[in-house]
Design a protein around this ligand. Structure first.
Ligand SMILES: CC(C)(COP(=O)(O)OP(=O)(O)OC[C@H]1O[C@@H](n2cnc3c(N)ncnc32)[C@H](O)[C@@H]1OP(=O)(O)O)[C@@H](O)C(=O)NCCC(=O)NCCS
Length: 199
């Protein structure tokens, strides 16, 4: 399957009852430095303080997201209402490169409006367009299965800390990119520099 076909521009639209016109309910854009505070506040609201204790955090801490693979959903007022980022990892010592997706989060009051799906399809499409071979994540298969993720190819892989094995899911963007992948997933992203926080 060619996931580049699924790139979403603009996402869902709604009718404005007062003006009778079609207006975008949200748009998905590349995350900017100015979105950082709003993104962190949204993650706290959506996931709570324990989010920083997840094993995935070990693969993200002190790293920058993969080039061109951090997105926010902006609501009609311009507020950040969704976030997703992808991170460079290697699969085992000296193993193939891949991406780790997460966290994915949507403003709690706006759940089930399609923002999460739009962020996912956009992220998958952009990762494919940029030539990446596979995306991994730790999450619920009943949700991520709709985007093609499954635990079928992750049995020989491990997170660098506690996690539930059946929740380690993967999606191949290029057929065979997870062939023989085994071992503990390692951070491989660009390191954060102090200047990254200057707007
Ligand atoms: C998971 C999340 C990002 C989904 O965003 P969203 O904008 O509500 O998603 P969508 O509108 O695209 O899809 C909603 C559908 O997914 C379902 N869904 C949401 N989370 C689910 C889960 N964990 N397992 C199974 N289905 C789930 C909803 O029930 C809904 O089903 P419906 O379409 O039949 O009504 C959002 O619920 C969220 O921010 N949750 C808190 C943070 C979180 O858990 N992030 C994932 C970490 S792995």
């Amino acid at each position: 399957m060619d996931f580049a076909d699924f790139i979403i521009e603009g996402a869902a639209r709604r009718v404005s009852p007062s003006r009778g016109e079609i207006a975008p309910a949200f748009v998905i854009v590349a995350e900017g430095v100015g979105d950082m505070q709003a993104r962190e506040a949204l993650l706290d609201r959506a996931m709570g303080p324990k989010r920083r204790k997840k094993s995935s955090e070990k693969l993200r801490r002190g790293r920058r997201p993969s080039e061109g693979l951090a997105f926010v959903a902006l609501g009609a007022s311009g507020a950040v209402v969704g976030t997703v980022r992808l991170w460079d990892v290697t699969l085992g010592e000296g193993g193939p490169a891949a991406l780790l997706l997460g966290p994915l989060a949507v403003e709690p009051g706006l759940k089930s409006g399609g923002i999460g799906s739009a962020l996912m399809w956009h992220a998958i499409g952009e990762a494919a367009r940029l030539g990446h071979g596979a995306i991994l994540l730790v999450g619920d298969a009943p949700y991520y299965g709709r985007f093609g993720f499954s635990a079928d190819r992750t049995g020989s892989l491990a997170m660098p800390g506690p996690y539930e094995r059946h929740r380690l899911l993967a999606l191949e963007l290029k057929d065979g990119s997870l062939d023989g992948a085994a071992g503990t997933i390692k951070a491989a992203g660009r390191k954060v520099k102090a200047l990254d926080f200057v707007a």
